[in-house]
Design a protein around this ligand. Sequence first.
Ligand code: 13P
Ligand code: SF4
Length: 303
Amino acid sequence: MNEITEKLNKLKKEKNAVILAHIYQLPEIQDVADFVGDSLDLSRKAAQTKADIIVFCGVHFMAETAAILSPQKKVLIPDVNAGCPMADMITASALKELKSKYKNPVVVAYVNTSAAVKAESDICCTSSNALNVVKSVESGDIIFVPDRNLGSYVQKNSGKEMFIWNGFCPTHNNLMLPEHILKAKAEHPNAEILVHPECRPEVAALADHAMSTGVMCRYVPTSSKKEFIIGTETGILYKLQKENPDKKFYPVSSLAVCPNMKKITLAKVLDVLFNETNIVTVPEEIRKKAYLPIERMLKIQSA
Ligand code: 13P
Ligand code: SF4
């Protein structure tokens, strides 16, 4: 065990702290984390943990979701600049204006949104339960924000008409293209192709399955296939390989990296836990409003 890991383990005990990490985090962060998961599982863990401090190794909206669910806990983010460009593609005021154009708007907000946008929403979803969340909406005009690719995937598979905001993830939308899939397929003809629904519809159409990161991790051990082409941020390959040593994994593109996820380093994790800095807070009025759509989301299972 290296010195930083030893120090971290000691501090975690002393301060009753946990480290939660998203599947896209660097290998060394995944190794020190108490739990590594997708955004839905991380939200659940953040709500359930008895820890006093959560060090959230992920992007800002994920840490903010933990702070909304557990205002009595101290949520620390190792780098305050680890944002999500997709989440920044919609603001609360733009959403308010859009809602005013509908008689009975029902806003389904991808969890990749700010607390202020969540506060204007009816129910949140992650990529793992988006389909079931949209299916659960019984009436009204569904507005889906902000990811156009996840939105069109859900619209196609639920058969529900929705207004879909024109946001996207730069990593999934711009760095994984049909030609990358075709090349990977030619190189590994026996591999099963799994992609994240944040990828473009043309990319999803070439895959065997579109699924969230957490669902991918649960699916791979159950598949009879021995090789997989993975269409999501490359950080997931570390977890997949660790948990399935007898299987082989190839990225759709080795360039598919989320620079914000990679801002978190072991040294920053140690620093925030030691100094208890970078506390993520949400104004109480917004927190209370944003809590409801997240709470509704947590009641809905993955697809
Ligand atoms: P998951 O919901 O699969 O964890 O994905 C979150 C995310 O930011 C994908 O880019
Ligand atoms: Fe946001 Fe895309 Fe990074 Fe996920 S991979 S955190 S959607 S920028």
